[in-house]
Design a protein around this ligand. Sequence first.
Ligand code: SF4
Ligand code: SF4
Length: 298
Amino acid sequence: MSQDFNDPNIKDPRPSSPVVPVRLGLDDKIQFRCRPGIACFNKCCQNINIMLTPYDILRLKNRLNVTSAEFLENYATSFEMDAHGMPGIRMKTKPGSSECQFLTPEGCGVYEDRPAACRYYALGATTMRAKESPTPEDFYFVVKEDHCLGHFEPRALTVREYRQEQGIEPYDEFTKEWRDIILKKRSSGPTVGAPSQKSMDLFYLASYDLDNFRVFIASPFFHDVYDIEPAYFQKLLTDEVELLQFAARYLKQVLYGEKFISEKPDAIEKRKKRREEISAKQREQMRKDMEKEIDAPE
Ligand code: SF4
Ligand code: SF4
């Protein structure tokens, strides 16, 4: 199972691609059924390469009752999504194996919270923006791997019905703005240039490390700059899905200058003042440390 086939920018390394090259819309039909008891049960989870979205991480970290940082540390690995080093996250496999860490003999151990890639399989999805079109378009395709017998089951259903059955809709809806960011970065090409390391760190924090992003927006730095209505701010602190969507809008503002969040009129002066205060404190600390070193007996 590999979500990378969903991404036309990442080439399938295998000699023959399992992607059926037919572009499908929501009302096109596919023939497929996966069910317990099928002879290939669990085969698709034994050789995985699954890229996780921010909403996947949110669901899994809550399922496992860990923080986002703990999830990233223990259940995921990071990789570079493009030549500029834009960070992506992949699911870890079992040690020394390509099998999913959540696979049990009875099937998926996190089934209700499995990632979007697992829900989509054996469909792939991608979003593309045609040159003449201002809006990106979603389309789908079948991924037919030799081991998967679900394609021979006598059941036809539309892509729309399959998406509903697999509970894909919230997964796509809550990561729509985040996907826009990635698409925009790709389609802007080299004209925009490489984002700074600070932008990449911010992208990682706001996309994947949601618990620490919450701490960040509660910091005085954030409040010096952004003007957020108190009731909405409280919602951000308590509603993780809302926070996730806010994080994507915040990234669009910081990375692409799209204005979603009001900035305070004196934001720049306040930020400068706070930086100066921090530098002064750091200089004072350095001076004290040096004095201690000088006073210390040989
Ligand atoms: S999360 Fe579940 S469905 Fe997805 S690869 Fe792992 S075991 Fe399979
Ligand atoms: S039918 Fe396909 S998706 Fe279902 S268990 Fe078999 S290999 Fe996996």
